[in-house]
Write a protein that binds this ligand. Structure first.
Ligand SMILES: *Cc1c(COP(=O)(O)O)cnc(C)c1O
Length: 378
């Protein structure tokens, strides 16, 4: 027996963890800071941590009330109907629900390149094809309708990421609407706002609901997660906001109880903890500014909790930086072998990352100069 032909499938490459790196280098985990996975440097909302502890004794029950309560709470926040909120096991789980609800075998999904790997993975899991549109480095990964529509060919799902991972660029809402307008009626435009809290911008929920001067649309969905601003990456909780017209599909596509009791209770506590989110967003904003001002290389403008940095040889720089205790994300797997993505840390973490990367870059430059001045391979 063999699984089906998985040769088109690519394995997800996650940012590396402290334990993993420390063990490999035979060092103490305490020596490292990890700025590789866009996690929250302040940890989870303290209220969520309490809720998780308090829920422990209830772990034997299936999540029913908690799921319904969190759905209502989120729906109230966005002023949409409960049915329009598709709770899932992380934002990734919500991507799967949209694939399940929309894709027939052979249908294509249009995804950004560089971009978030799971869009394509999910499409392939659901027997779909994957096509790409390019966001150009030379154009600072700028996003507009034309760039996406140039590559559009009747695809069933089009993914937009705003703020975009790994560049941090955003797409204006009027461009989102233009894409929805100019694509076929059958095309769903998914706006992934995993980093939405960090950007001072309106959500694409507005054109779904026909607010802020937009006409209501049934072909846009928004993706959100508790993994980033709420600091709950480890509990796996996210959701999609979908148009009212087909929101009832959730009942037929969702994996029962995929958003766990612990996750839902944590989400309920975190969503009320405005102080934690605000502090997180401020830290990210300060950290972004500090990195842009102090890294001695090109740093792209970002509206997420990370920045993309041009370093020449990302693999080498990431390795050297890691040796010195700072773990950052080499963007080779995103198709950007000369870029690093650095997550916004606390003030101390950010300063340490900047100092370390500048040090490594200076040393590599010296080394390169040495090679240029007469020293040959012979
Ligand atoms: C982190 C992230 C997600 C969702 O991650 P989950 O942990 O599954 O919620 C979705 N899209 C992008 C672009 C992300 O970076």
């Amino acid at each position: 027996m063999q699984p089906r032909d998985l040769s088109d499938h690519v394995a997800y490459e996650a940012g590396r963890g402290i334990e993993e790196v420390a063990r490999e280098l035979d060092r103490d985990p305490e020596e490292f800071v990890k700025l590789a996975s866009n996690e929250n440097p302040h940890g989870p909302s303290p209220a969520a941590a309490v809720a998780i502890r308090e829920t422990a004794s209830n772990a034997s029950s299936y999540p029913k009330a908690a799921h319904a309560d969190l759905t209502t709470e989120i729906a109230d926040r966005w002023a949409v109907a409960d049915e329009q909120v598709w709770l899932a096991n992380g934002g990734d789980g919500a991507i799967d629900y949209l694939s399940r609800a929309v894709l027939e075998p052979g249908d294509s999904t249009l995804v950004p390149s560089p971009g978030f790997a799971y869009y394509g993975m999910s499409a392939r899991f659901h027997h779909g094809e994957v096509r790409e549109y390019e966001l150009s480095k030379d154009d600072d990964f700028s996003q507009d309708a034309e760039t996406v529509l140039e590559s559009y060919d009747g695809d069933r799902i089009v993914y937009l990421t705003s703020p975009h991972n790994p560049s941090g660029s955003t797409i204006p809402l009027k461009e989102v609407v233009e894409i929805a307008e100019r694509t076929d009626e059958k095309t769903l435009v998914v706006v992934d706002e995993a980093y939405g809290e960090f950007a001072d911008r309106k959500s694409a929920v507005a054109p779904i609901e026909g607010r802020d001067g937009f006409e209501a649309r049934d072909d846009i969905a928004v993706l959100r997660t508790f993994s980033k601003a709420y600091g709950l990456a480890g509990v796996r909780l996210g959701y999609a906001v979908v148009p009212d017209e087909w929101a009832d599909a959730y009942a037929r596509v969702n994996t029962p109880f995929a958003a766990s009791e612990l996750a839902c209770r944590a989400g309920l506590a975190a969503i009320d903890d405005d102080e934690h989110v605000q502090r997180t967003v401020e830290t990210a904003s300060d950290s972004r500014a500090y990195m842009r001002d102090n890294l001695e290389t090109h740093v792209w403008e970002s509206e997420g909790n990370f920045v993309l940095v041009d370093v020449g040889d990302a693999e080498r720089v990431a390795e050297e930086t890691q040796e010195r205790g700072v773990i950052v994300r080499d963007c080779t797997s995103f198709g950007l072998p000369d870029c690093l993505r650095i997550t916004c840390g606390t003030e101390t973490e950010t300063e340490r990352a900047v100092e370390t990367i500048n040090e490594v870059l200076a040393e590599l430059e010296l080394e390169a100069d040495g090679n240029d001045t007469g020293v040959t391979d012979a």
